[in-house]
Design a protein around this ligand. Structure first.
Ligand code: GUN
Ligand code: FE
Length: 433
């Protein structure tokens, strides 16, 4: 099995950088790291020597991607969320009834994300079982670690007739079949199903309740959108008389295995509940710029020990590169702290103590995301899977740089073109060395 000789950098705990120059990493047949040590001249000659080609970082964990929205990446961001869904997104997603179209898009998307260093991806697909299963199969074939969800959406008030589940029973039954089908993919050690009610405004109470029951019965992961925008947050308050987090909990959908996308409007009480249940948040700062109407209080959530990672929210966010969201998380937190309206006096312009830095952002993109999913990735540590990316920043002598400068440079200015290769479970899945 592979033995890698490389310079590596990672964040074992939030805020702390660890760097090893000339490390030797042993990986077993399952992709598990069995040792990380300083190179020793007596070691086996059979190594993949990556020195001089860049620095190894843990693979990126993207907690929130709408796979079918890839064709509209970077477009259609000129209207609010509720109009965007009806005008652009539901018509696009309806096209995935066509399995050939779905195969083309999903194949290209997974290839793009692996090239962009995303080794673990959490996907919303569409309501179509066959196309959603095809996405899971493509992840297995291309070697991307993933959670894949067939979207449930049955409420005629929130969803158009041409794109919704016929009724609650259909939403629940088709989700259950999908969970079984993904678990039955032959030779699959990388991909698991995730129960995916789109968001409360698109689902009936009956469907939400049934999907909560299914989560209990199957112990599958859950994902949905939570308190995303003024409109969405207000809609749930009106309909349910409580916030998204509390309503999801009532339906049995707030579990240790739940990923809540956005969560921009969660208050201290919601944070306490989310933490108590052990659910996690997919923070999607670029998407929030267009749809949220506010900045997610990231630092408050972290200080309350809410588990948080990052998401691109393709295509609510216009980038398929998770590090664009890492730098947006830093920028957004600083704007929340300073405030944004120069006409307001500095003293009451912003929300104090809100900033996070590049160390936090890198941790969110790797270790934090792994923690949200309880997956053994995100660090170079014995017992974790070897999911890694080789980064080579141009015009920089990586050996000479301090650990701080090296990591800050990666978070703030690396581009997809600077990523030379990507491995998942010890297997080279993109690029070349
Ligand atoms: N809320 C419900 N559906 C969606 C979606 O596709 N994207 C985003 N950003 N929010 C949603
Ligand atoms: Fe989303």
């Amino acid at each position: 099995m592979p033995v890698f000789r490389a310079d590596l950098i990672h964040t074992p705990t939030r805020g702390r950088i660890a760097r090893m120059q000339d490390a030797l990493i042993r990986v077993d047949a399952d992709g598990t790291i069995t040792s990380v040590a300083s190179f020793d001249a007596t070691e086996t000659p059979d190594v993949v020597d990556l020195r001089g080609q860049g620095v190894l970082i843990p693979g990126l964990v993207d907690l929130h991607i709408h796979a079918p929205q890839f064709p509209q990446l970077g477009t259609a961001l000129d209207v609010p969320l509720e109009d965007w869904l009806q005008r652009y997104t539901f018509p696009l997603e309806a096209r995935y009834a066509d399995l050939a179209f779905a195969t083309r898009v999903y194949d290209a998307l997974v290839r793009r994300l692996l090239a962009n260093g995303t080794t673990t991806a959490v996907y919303f697909a569409t309501i179509h079982g066959p196309a959603s299963l095809r996405l899971a199969e493509i992840c297995v074939v291309q070697g991307q670690r993933a959670l894949v969800g067939r979207v449930a959406m049955d409420d005629p008030h929130g969803c158009p007739d041409y794109y919704r589940d016929a009724d609650a029973a259909t939403a629940i039954r088709d989700t259950a079949s999908f969970v079984e089908a993904v678990r039955a993919i032959p030779g699959n050690a990388l991909v698991e199903p995730v129960i995916t009610p789109r968001f409360i405004p698109a689902c009936s109470d009956e469907a939400l309740h049934g999907l909560g029951q299914l989560a209990r019965d199957t112990r599958a992961a859950v994902q949905t959108h939570c308190s995303e925008s003024d409109w969405e947050h207000g809609h749930v308050l009106d309909r349910c008389g409580m916030s998204d987090a509390h309503a999801l909990d009532k339906f049995g959908l707030l579990t240790r295995r739940t990923v809540l996308a956005h969560a921009g409007f969660i208050d201290a009480d919601d944070m306490d509940l989310i933490r108590a249940r052990g659910a996690g948040v997919a923070h999607c700062p670029l998407s929030n710029t267009y749809f949220a109407n506010a900045v997610f209080p990231l630092r408050r959530a972290l200080e309350k020990s809410v588990r948080v990672g990052l998401g691109t929210d393709i295509s609510g966010g216009p980038s398929a590169f998770l590090l664009d969201n890492a730098r947006a998380a830093v920028a957004g937190s600083r704007m929340l702290e300073s405030g944004v309206d120069p006409a307001t006096p500095a003293g009451n312009r912003g929300v104090g103590d809100s900033r996070v830095d590049f160390r936090d952002a890198f941790w969110l993109a790797t270790t934090g995301g792994a923690d949200v999913l309880d997956l053994p990735v995100g660090l170079f540590e014995v017992g974790r899977q070897f999911d890694a990316v080789l980064v080579d920043l141009p015009d920089v002598d990586l050996v000479e740089q301090s650990a701080d400068d090296l990591l800050q440079g990666i978070v703030m200015r690396a581009t997809p073109g600077d990523l030379r290769a990507t491995w998942v479970a010890g297997r080279l899945v993109s690029g070349a060395v």
